[in-house]
Design a protein around this ligand. Structure first.
Ligand code: G16
Length: 554
């Protein structure tokens, strides 16, 4: 069967590509750079259409397996948008297909697009006569409606079976994708509906919470995003008596509010509570990001000092708890943790020296962490920014399912482990599921956030953004810990770090925003800030754009 050129050409004419933009497939798919809403749509309209075409091809390549498409720009401002592609088991699009995505997105004309499509069909050896199925969803951004239509036009050009998941969190879309692909098989992941997702999580959490003394209510900053209605729907299913939560920053209909001075990214990078959320000392708080795939926790002490419990702290908490459960259940499986260069040095030290778990460091991006975690029996992966989950290998799942306990306490631990497998979204980082994981551990340990925090003290650190003329001129190596290009930059960073006690700093181009990120960590708050500023100026002075920030701006 050959390509229906007429159908593609006609559909493509309705989604013209702006001539002056080069699209790149970034850390988590395509994202539009800052632009006001109408422009954001124009910039992305052709990309969305072509992503629809690509999703159809990917599904055909995999013999009709369902592919997921999520329209979101996650932690980015409301005026941006983007798209993430999901492979059949709920993981990110296989990296070998990112080049095809870029190829299609950058075809300059309808004819060029047809030619590129034929190229992809040939190179990837796609049988066009195979069926195709795609599930798509979107977050609360005002530009989603139009952009989703463009995706649908792309799908329709290939006569794809379409499932509209509607307004969903990104992890819900990943969940649905896996459920649709495993339904009716021995690996069935769950009911392929949002109600099914809520029931799965609610049943698991109810089992894990049974007989435990309830903790004070958790305040949840929903980033004014899709996490707000979804959290409320979930609480209706599970009940406030089992999960007492107080949603705040839940205004999805107020223009411009998404991720504004709130949400996981704001809290993590600013190292402060969301604006207008006054922290009651010692109480637990957490923040989702715009599409609810990240979460960070925090609290204030008696003096009102802010304390962050980020992805690193979640990894330590989860790994320690799972190791105890595995041991108590009498299972001989091993836990490992995957981090990125952003992981605080103190967390890596805690994991390796106190918990004694192996730690792997990989480049930023869930796609890298997820695959690395698959090599462990139980692999916990978390980015410091709060994006992560825990994966159980197939043989570990079998062991957990079939193990016969020899004592009542082994049986109890095994029951908890089985519920934990259901609670944790194994397709991708999921703010709601991760929130329940943390709540489970705190409930079982009867810990306050301060007790959780006491495991280790973070080395003071600072993350800043530098606007540069061309972020693509920056390349890195050694899991992003060293800059390769521009040449000579790494030597300058080394020089800046050399005399700083406990100093560490690295520079990498963002894959979701038009900037370069600078991370620095040191023995004291002052020296960490100084080092971050120094390295940021090194980058800005040679490669920056716009006005030179005044001292202390970075
Ligand atoms: C995405 C990725 C994350 C990554 C983040 C920032 O998150 O899924 O793995 O950490 O972007 O990436 P970068 O530093 O390259 O901009 P999200 O929540 O925005 O989808």
């Amino acid at each position: 069967m050959s390509l229906n050129e007429n159908a593609v050409r006609t559909a493509s004419q309705a989604h013209p590509r702006p001539a002056d933009i080069t699209y790149t497939y970034g850390t988590a798919g395509f994202r539009a750079e800052s632009a006001p809403p109408p422009l954001a749509q124009q910039v992305l309209d052709s990309v969305m259409f072509r992503v629809g075409l690509l999703a159809a091809l990917r599904s055909k390549k995999l013999g009709g397996k369902t592919i997921g498409v999520m329209v979101t720009a996650s932690h980015n401002p409301e005026k941006d948008n983007g798209v993430k592609l999901v492979d059949p088991m709920g993981e990110m699009l296989h990296s070998s297909w990112e080049a095809y995505a870029t190829l299609l997105a950058n075809a300059l004309s309808d004819d060029a697009l047809i030619a590129r499509l034929k190229e992809v069909v040939q190179t990837a050896e796609i049988d066009l006569s195979k069926p195709a199925k795609v599930v798509y969803g979107y977050d609360t951004r005002p530009s989603c409606r139009t952009l989703v239509r463009a995706v649908v036009d792309g799908l329709s050009a290939f006569d794809v079976e379409q499932v509209n998941a509607g307004l969903v969190t990104t992890p819900q879309l990943h969940y649905l994708t896996r459920c649709l692909n495993t339904e009716g098989t021995p690996d069935a992941y769950g009911e392929p509906t949002i109600e099914g997702y809520y029931k799965k999580l609610a049943n698991a959490y109810t089992t894990l919470a049974k007989g435990r003394h309830l903790l004070p209510a958790l305040t949840v900053d929903c980033a004014n995003g899709v996490g707000a209605p979804k959290l409320k729907e979930f609480v209706k299913v599970i009940g406030q008596d089992i999960l007492p939560v107080i949603p705040v920053r839940d205004h999805i209909n107020l223009a411009g509010q998404l991720n504004l001075n709130c949400g996981a990214d704001y809290v993590k990078t600013q190292q402060r509570a969301p604006k207008n959320v006054d922290l009651v000392p010692w109480q637990r708080y957490c923040s989702f990001d715009g599409d609810a795939d990240r979460i960070v926790f925090y609290y204030a002490d008696g003096e009102g000092t802010f304390h962050l419990l980020d992805g690193d702290k979640i990894a330590g908490l989860a790994a320690g708890f799972i190791m105890d459960l595995v041991k108590d259940a009498g299972l001989g499986v091993k836990v490992g943790v995957v981090q990125t260069a952003y992981a605080n040095g103190a967390s890596t030290k805690y994991l390796t020296e106190v918990l004694g778990v192996p730690v792997t460091c990989v480049p930023t991006g869930v796609k890298h962490l997820h695959h690395a975690a698959e090599s462990y029996d139980i692999g916990a992966y978390f980015e410091a920014n709060g994006h992560g989950t825990v994966l159980f290998s197939p043989s570990t799942l079998t062991a957990i399912r079939t193990h016969t306990p020899s004592t009542p306490s082994q049986a109890a631990a095994l029951d908890n482990l089985r519920a934990l497998v259901e609670l944790i979204n194994q397709t991708v980082g999921d703010a709601l599921s991760d929130m329940l994981l943390v709540e489970t551990v705190l409930l079982h340990r009867q810990w306050t956030p301060a007790q959780w925090d006491a495991a280790y003290s973070d080395f003071p650190n600072r993350l800043v953004k530098v606007l540069v003329q061309d972020r693509h001129a920056f390349t890195t190596t050694d899991a992003e810990r060293k800059v390769e290009k521009p040449e000579g930059l790494q030597a300058k960073i080394d020089e800046a770090v050399k005399d700083v006690v406990g100093g560490r700093s690295f520079v990498r181009p963002s894959g979701t925003e038009d900037c370069v990120r600078v991370y620095a960590e040191a023995a004291t708050r002052e020296t960490a800030d100084e080092l971050a500023n120094k390295v940021a100026y090194i980058v800005f002075d040679s490669y920056g754009k716009g006005q030179r920030p005044v001292n202390g701006f970075f």
